[in-house]
Design a protein around this ligand. Structure first.
Ligand SMILES: [Mg+2]
Length: 382
């Protein structure tokens, strides 16, 4: 089972509605489809999601995968990933200067390797990782919209769809955040409410805002202050705030997870496969959090159903999974996964027992997304 070919296809998928968050407004997701073909004709699929980084830069890094992986055994995933990082970031595998960017770039390769290996040996990926301990993975209802009326209407719909956890972007203006939270709380009754200001607040602003928001019974606030400010800022906020805090942008690597957990600041880590470099990296972060009795909440970037399926495979064997995980495929006008249906039922998706990562791609949709990328690239919009 050796690797015969590695193919990369940049894709662009438009959002159904503009994605409105603390960093502005975005209109679609650029991803890079990674295909790894073995010498017996098995093809594994993964995706890299360069969200907030240059797709061109990430594509350049990804192109090195072919020379590293060709003729190598598909069974050696950990070693192949080590070689990929060494080739790009250092002469010795333990010394790599850009772990975050490396994780973002190469997560798609890792996912494709797992998909190819699972299909090659006739097993779902979770079985290769030690099996599942959950039959379903639970997700939050992710509120979209620009105006207070729009977010309130969507939040109400998400409750009707069966979601128990409602998740709202914040970090706009303070007045708008206060109005949105008040209106959404009213709309969702006693459902659990989480907010994500995406690092928009400085420490004092976060302290003041969270005092004002406390009456709306927030279950969690996610990364309210800059991740660059690191552990001290979240720790200082924790000391003055009764609302549980989640660390998001602060944690990509195992070392960052350990430093954050040991500080006592976060009650939850929100982290996904793209930040951690794939399934193995995610599992390492989850294991560190478990030592501190902290749950991990899978978080998405701008991605397709490929990442949803891979996330479910990864999460199914993790004991300390949260029940308000995030998916993003539903934001796209057209997803590239044809089956299974990834619509949560009462907020839950069943763990797939089909081979590999467990999905079948819609080749026509892939073609349309590739065409959309080329069109945007030609008009210099990417
Ligand atoms: Mg976040």
């Amino acid at each position: 089972m050796k690797i015969k070919d590695v193919r990369l296809t940049p894709l662009f998928s438009k959002f159904k509605t503009p994605y409105v968050w603390a960093m502005g407004k975005n209109f679609g997701a650029t991803t890079i489809l990674v295909e790894i073909e073995t010498d017996v004709g098995v093809v594994g699929f993964g995706e890299t999601a360069p969200t907030m980084t240059s797709p061109d830069a990430i594509y350049t890094l990804l192109k090195t995968a072919k020379s590293v992986l060709l003729e190598q055994p598909i069974t050696q995933i950990a070693d192949l990933m080590k070689q990929l990082f060494t080739r790009n970031f250092g002469h010795h595998y333990a010394s790599q200067s850009h772990p975050r960017i490396g994780n973002i770039a190469f997560a798609g390769v890792e996912l494709a390797l797992w998909d190819a290996l699972g299909k090659s040996v006739g097993l779902p990926v979770h079985a290769l990782l030690g099996g599942k301990i959950h039959d379903t993975v639970s997700f939050m209802g992710f509120v979209q919209g620009e105006t207070t009326e729009e977010v309130t209407g969507h939040a109400r719909q998400l409750v009707q769809d069966g979601f128990e956890v409602i998740y709202l972007k914040a970090g706009h203006t303070n007045d708008k955040d206060l109005a949105n939270v008040e209106a959404v709380r009213k709309a969702i009754g006693n459902k659990r409410l989480r907010i994500d200001p995406n690092e928009a607040w400085d420490l004092m602003e976060a302290q003041v805002m969270l005092q004002k928001l406390a009456k709306y019974d927030l279950e969690m606030v996610e990364q309210p202050v800059s991740a660059i400010a690191g552990v001290p800022a979240l720790k200082a906020l924790k000391q003055s705030c009764s609302i549980p805090i989640a660390a998001d942008q602060s944690v990509f690597t195992s070392e960052e997870a350990h430093a954050m957990c040991v500080s006592g600041a976060p009650s939850l880590l929100t982290v996904g496969l793209h930040e951690t470099g794939g399934i193995l990296g995610f599992r390492r972060v989850a294991a560190i959090a478990k030592v501190f009795d902290i749950n991990v909440c899978i978080h998405g970037v701008w991605e397709t159903g490929i990442t949803t399926c891979a996330s479910i495979q990864a999460a199914s064997g993790v004991p300390n999974m949260d029940d308000g995980n995030q998916i993003m495929w539903q934001l796209l006008e057209e997803d590239i996964v044809e089956s299974p249906d990834l619509t949560p039922i009462s907020g839950k998706i069943s763990v797939m027992s089909t081979l590999g990562l467990g999905f079948i791609l819609n080749e026509d949709a892939v073609g349309r997304a590739a065409e959309a990328y080329n069109k945007k690239k030609a008009s210099d919009e990417i």
